[in-house]
Design a protein around this ligand. Structure first.
Ligand SMILES: [Zn+2]
Length: 67
């Protein structure tokens, strides 16, 4: 169960356009799906690290070929 970050009341889960969002009936406000946001940020970071590593490997392979 997700609780509102503003008032800590339990939020209601809604689905709209295939996206999950939370609605706090106490604040009368919609809250974004924090879990999904955190997850996508984590994936983005990990992908960036992977790309960096791949670039390093490519450089190593290149220097190996030309030596
Ligand atoms: Zn609230």
């Amino acid at each position: 169960m997700n609780n509102c970050p503003c008032c800590a009341e339990p939020m209601l889960r809604h689905i709209r356009h295939n996206e999950i969002y939370w609605y706090c009936s106490s604040c009368h406000q919609e809250m974004p799906n924090f879990t999904a946001l955190i997850l996508s940020n984590k994936i983005r970071k990990e992908t960036a690290v992977m790309k960096q590593k791949n670039a390093q490997i490519n450089k190593l392979e290149l220097s190996y070929q030309f030596s």
